[in-house]
Design a protein around this ligand. Structure first.
Ligand code: ADP
Ligand code: NA
Length: 294
């Protein structure tokens, strides 16, 4: 099995469903509250485990009830949580308001994720022993850079999801093998709205880029070649939450198995298309047999 280390966030998503989101200073009555495990790191870990990866989650939960729930959710998905620390204080939470049009606004409070500022010897050994490292930007940048450096020094390939998007220090970019922004993040990082132009620009900073384009699919570009569009399967999308994380987690497993890039991208696109046809984020991530069947 492909060993995948995920250095990233674990959050409890507190989702309030409302007809209309409140304006500044206003109070509205919502319909329903759902509490769902999330965090980009944990979501990618679950997606990779379901796709058949041997996944280790590195990060932290709080010593509250959410922490217990988040840990057991990951374990239930088959993710190794020995390096998921329990920090004093609250777990990370995401406070999400979803209105009737499906539009959302989100406040993330890092909680325990914010305590992950440096890596210990155990974390470094896990990264060094993995086939691939998955990084996002929901942990302190110091830990993200340390993880990328550790992987790079050992020849472990690193995939970075630049979310939430922010300027990327060159000491991080120098250690990234594949950057996977969505369309909005690609524009923010490159200054180009056209994905082809954005991809070409980003290749000046990393050796390969996949820009995910929602229902349109994804654009793959590697140094020395032209960007290539891989269309997404046409499906009836009901909830795109977690699509990007499903895509990355699944892609990592395929790349770790040394499958050719076009085949890996098609497989990840099939997995993400399955995810968007079902409600929820991690709950809607497909298993390997389902992806193979799609
Ligand atoms: P994010 O969720 O991170 O914003 P995207 O919206 O680009 O990322 O979606 C990630 C991937 O999920 C896409 O590249 C595509 O493979 C798949 N996907 C997203 N929306 C759809 C859709 N409506 N139909 C089919 N596939 C989709
Ligand atoms: Na979904």
């Amino acid at each position: 099995m492909t060993g995948i280390a995920v250095l990233g966030s674990t959050n409890m998503d507190l989702v309030a469903y409302v007809d209309r989101a409140p304006e500044r200073g206003e109070t509205v009555t919502g319909r329903e509250l759902r509490t769902v495990p999330g965090g980009k790191g944990a979501n990618q870990a679950v997606a990779a485990a379901r796709a058949g990866g041997e996944v280790t989650m590195i990060g932290a939960v709080g010593d509250d009830e959410y922490g217990t729930e988040l840990r057991s959710g990951l374990e239930h998905a088959g993710v190794d949580t020995d390096l998921l620390h329990t920090a004093e204080g609250p777990s990370g939470t995401a406070h999400i308001v979803v209105d009737d049009t499906g539009a959302n606004s989100i406040v993330v409070i890092p909680g325990a994720n914010g305590t992950v500022t440096a890596l210990g010897p155990g974390e470094m050994a896990a990264i060094a022993g993995a086939e691939l490292l998955l990084l996002q930007l929901e942990l302190p940048m110091s830990a993200v850079i340390e993880g990328a450096r550790t992987a790079h020094a050992q020849g472990v390939r690193t995939i970075l999801t630049p979310s939430p998007v922010q300027p990327l220090p060159s000491e991080l970019l120098d250690c990234v093998d594949l950057l996977v922004p969505n369309e909005h993040e690609a524009t923010a990082l490159s200054g180009f709205t056209d994905p082809h132009a954005a991809a070409r620009h980003l290749l000046g900073q990393v050796p390969a880029v996949v820009i995910t384009l929602g229902a349109k699919g994804c654009l793959y570009a590697a140094r020395g070649g032209e960007p290539v569009l891989f269309p997404a399967p046409e499906v009836n999308a009901v909830d795109t939450t977690g699509a990007g994380d499903t895509f990355v987690g699944t892609l990592a497993v395929a790349l770790g198995e040394r499958r050719p890039v076009p085949e890996a991208l098609a497989w990840a696109s099939a997995a993400a298309a399955l995810c968007v046809q079902r409600p929820g984020a991690s709950a809607s991530m497909p298993y390997r047999t389902e992806i193979d069947a799609a």
